[in-house]
Design a protein around this ligand. Structure first.
Ligand code: ADP
Ligand code: ZN
Ligand code: MG
Length: 478
């Protein structure tokens, strides 16, 4: 609405990629038959004790450091009490007033989004309301997910548009995936967010009343849900109504948000420190070591690829973000002697096409057949003029299916470029002799036939002749 600005803060839940759950030894793998990854601990049987998973702590701390947070030497787990069928214990173990980390930030497109806190918690189970013959009368519960380790990342209300919120969420996903702490799989629910949004007159310092959209699991839905919600709030204010503080759900089929519960019905979670877990104490040195062992993060890597290899922003971004492992493969190509522009072009062109043709083959699997050394060798042969462009493509197609080294393939099949002037001249003479009509037409001024004649010579050479040499020689003879 004119004169008003949206204000958005996100609460992002990310599942940590540990093999086992946060407080027991059950597997975290997705897709197992319901209630097969459960034990007395994650089912909340009386008398069981949680034991904190060290790998989960390390992953959470890595994420926090990469998001520029301060990781605290002491944090505390608490019980968040609520009653719901997918929560057998009757409480969720989470961190409350003493979170693992606070005061981070992430810069997205030149704008800083402050991160209020990052804390650890366990996921709940899953209620299944549909899909069973008696689903009209019963709800089923799958506890495989109960006790899976999560981090929750809470931002300050620093985003000013639906697009900015979606960009921020994407960048957080990039960071978590680059760290290897989250698989980024939003369809399976490994990454999801709650979006808080309000509007206020532009220039106002105070915040308006917010609504919260729960459990958004795609960037597109996040954007659409926020756009819709901003518009809905604008209409309310325009007609003199007030926004009610409430939780809303995004109905993707209807393309709108619907009220779920108002703040008056909001939970009192009766938090208290988890009596069965001691405070989480981290060594200052351990935190410092973790900090110094962080990998290069996507934004830094993009900037470096642009700087060191003169890549365009688009190419750098695609290599880092859109093709998993793309930047590694690219840097390996360059390290093995390929020119950077050619390396990027082939990777984003022919290699990506082959991945798609071979049923969305992961780049890592492709690299087992076509190692970066082998492709770099091909690009160098092309660059040095040892083979022609069409032959390079042909050899690449063969490598993509059968593997092998380009030098060996070219030698075995006799594909090396014909640079020898007399050999090319023989071919040109043959073509001129067998196409008298085209020659006559050309000489009569119909110069379009020139291209046809070049094509005939290239064909006669099976793509091995140097196109520039063929052009020059033909022109001379004609
Ligand atoms: P609650 O107590 O309702 O959980 P919090 O203060 O914990 O609210 O904030 C939750 C999230 O909502 C944070 O990401 C925060 O930045 C965001 N938020 C808080 N107030 C507003 C507001 N008025 N408009 C938009 N976002 C807000
Ligand atoms: Zn268990
Ligand atoms: Mg809150």
């Amino acid at each position: 609405m004119e004169g008003y600005e949206p204000v958005i803060g996100l609460e992002i839940h990310a599942q940590l990629l540990t093999r086992t759950k946060i407080f027991c030894g059950c597997a975290t793998a997705f897709g197992a038959p319901p209630n097969t990854h459960v034990c007395p601990v994650c089912l909340g049987m009386p008398g069981t004790l949680p034991v904190l998973n060290a790998a989960a702590v390390e992953f959470a701390a890595r994420a926090a450091l990469a998001l520029n947070c301060t990781v605290h030497e002491q944090s505390v787990f608490a019980r968040k009490n609520y009653f719901y069928p997918d929560l057998p214990k009757g409480y969720q173990i989470s961190q409350y007033d003493r979170p693992l980390a606070t005061q981070g930030f992430l810069d997205v497109a030149g704008t800083r989004v402050r991160i209020t806190r990052l804390h650890m918690e366990e996921d709940a189970g899953k209620s299944i309301h549909h899909g069973f013959p008696d689903s009209d009368r019963a709800t089923y519960v799958d506890c495989n997910r109960a006790g899976v380790p999560l981090i929750e990342i809470v931002t300050e209300p620093d985003m000013r548009s639906a697009a900015a919120a979606s960009d921020f969420f994407m960048r957080v996903r990039d960071v978590l995936m680059a760290l290897g702490v989250n698989d980024g799989n939003m369809e399976e629910g490994s990454l999801r967010c709650d979006a808080n949004v309000s509007i206020r007159p532009e220039g106002d310092a105070t915040l308006g009343t917010k609504t919260e959209i729960k459990n958004v699991n795609s960037f597109r839905f996040l954007r659409r849900a926020l756009e819709h919600e901003i518009e809905r709030q604008g209409e309310l204010v325009a007609r003199g109504d007030r926004v009610r503080q409430e939780t809303r759900l995004w109905d993707s089929a209807a393309g709108k948000t619907v009220a779920m519960r108002s703040k008056e019905e909001a939970h009192d979670y009766r938090y208290f420190p988890e009596p069965d877990l001691p405070p989480l104490t981290l060594d200052r040195e351990w935190i410092a070591n973790l900090q110094s062992s962080l990998p290069e993060l996507p934004a830094a890597r993009m900037a470096r690829l642009m700087r060191e290899h003169a890549l365009s922003e688009y190419d750098a971004e695609t290599l880092v973000r859109a093709v998993p492992g793309g930047a590694d493969y690219f840097e390996a190509l360059v390290a093995h002697g390929a020119a950077s522009k050619a390396a990027a072009n082939w990777l984003l062109g022919d290699v990506q096409r082959v991945l798609k043709e071979q049923g969305d083959l992961p780049l890592a699997a492709f690299a087992e057949r076509v190692a970066p050394e082998a492709l770099a060798e091909l690009l160098q042969m092309l660059d040095a003029g040892a083979i022609s462009g069409p032959i390079a493509k042909q050899v690449f197609e063969q490598m993509a299916i059968e593997g092998g080294r380009p030098k060996a393939i070219v030698e075995a099949a006799g594909l090396s470029r014909i640079a020898d002037a007399s050999a090319i001249e023989t071919l040109v003479d043959q073509v001129l002799a067998t196409n008298p009509d085209a020659v006559a037409q050309y000489r009569a001024g119909k110069t379009q036939t020139f291209g046809f004649l070049v094509g005939q010579v290239m064909k006669a050479s099976k793509g091995r002749a140097d196109a520039a040499a063929v052009n020059a020689l033909l022109r001379k003879k004609l």
